[in-house]
Ligand binder design. Structure first.
Ligand code: NAD
Length: 262
């Protein structure tokens, strides 16, 4: 497989894990890791989707293995760690991409959606980081990319738990990066904050607003700078941050939204 960034980003010899890799941004990120030469572990609670994504990577000449993982399950992360130890003995890259969005408001009963959203977006990211860091501390190197969102940057009256969960992801990212930096480890931890990106998740949000605002063009104009990003456009930034090309980037939370939040 010829790389997206052949000769510029080379992940040959690296083991990369991507959660939420059956669809959307996660799938595009897994494809990007593999196309740069990494052996890529495609993780998703959707077993069939993960297998399909891994097959697509292999068909394109990359190396990928699918495994089912529900990121909310701590025991499932332990099982994954045991398997990784047995089979590979290392983790070089982790992309925490699995996420869900729900509509909720603070002035309504929201604890069900809050727990569900924080379970996937926050617990899932923390379980992933702590597992990967155990491996990375052994080699003293690694890169973690957490997928946050521009929805974390300001109040969000339609998806309060979602925005808050992504703010938590960004903040844990900064704290973890400081910890590894102060420990003298070459483990870089960053967050990517996509704006609207053309995936199943965004479609559900768009559908809701198209009706309210009077058409899809109006939704796009308000939320997406006229168009949504393609998952591959987000994956390019994920790939850069996972690579040595980003050797001085850590603790950063980087928006990728064509100035929508400017
Ligand atoms: N699409 C957007 O506009 C947008 C914008 C900003 C941030 N994001 C974030 O990007 C990430 C990917 O979103 P997407 O738009 O590609 O969504 P998507 O719905 O297309 O894909 C999400 C994937 O995560 C998986 N997943 C969900 N819960 C899981 C769990 N408990 N364990 C394991 N896998 C699980 C799903 O099966 C799916 O394959 C999410 O964290 C999302 O919050 C998306």
């Amino acid at each position: 497989m010829t790389g997206t960034s052949e000769g510029w980003i080379d992940l040959t010899g690296k083991l990369a894990l991507v959660t939420g890799a059956a669809a959307g941004i996660g799938r595009a990120s897994a494809m990007a890791m593999a196309s740069a030469g990494a052996v890529t572990i495609v993780l998703d609670r959707d077993e069939h989707g993960a297998a399909q994504a891994a097959n697509a990577i292999q068909a394109a000449g990359g190396r990928a293995i699918a495994r089912q993982l529900d990121v909310t399950s701590e025991p499932a992360w332990h099982d994954l760690a045991d398997w990784l130890e047995r089979e590979w003995g290392r983790v070089d890259i982790l992309v925490n991409c699995a996420g869900i969005a729900r509509f909720d408001r603070v002035d309504e009963a929201m604890f069900e959606t809050y727990r569900e959203v924080f379970g996937v977006n926050v617990d899932g990211t923390l379980f992933g980081m702590t597992m990967a860091l155990r491996f990375m501390r052994k080699t003293g190197q690694g890169a973690i990319v957490n997928i946050s969102s521009t929805a974390s940057l300001k109040g969000n009256p339609a998806m309060a738990s979602y925005g808050a969960s992504k703010a938590a992801v960004s903040h844990f990212t900064r704290s973890a990066a400081l910890e590894t930096n102060r420990a003298g480890l070459d483990i870089r931890i960053n967050a990517v904050l996509p704006g609207f990106t053309d995936t199943a998740m965004a479609q559900a949000v768009h559908d809701r607003f198209d009706e309210k605002l009077g058409g899809h063009d109006k939704t796009l104009a308000i939320f997406s700078s006229g168009r949504a990003a393609q998952p591959e456009e987000i994956a390019n930034l994920v790939l850069f941050l996972a690579s040595e090309r980003a050797s001085f980037v850590s603790g950063s939370t980087i928006s990728i939204d064509r100035a929508q939040g400017a």
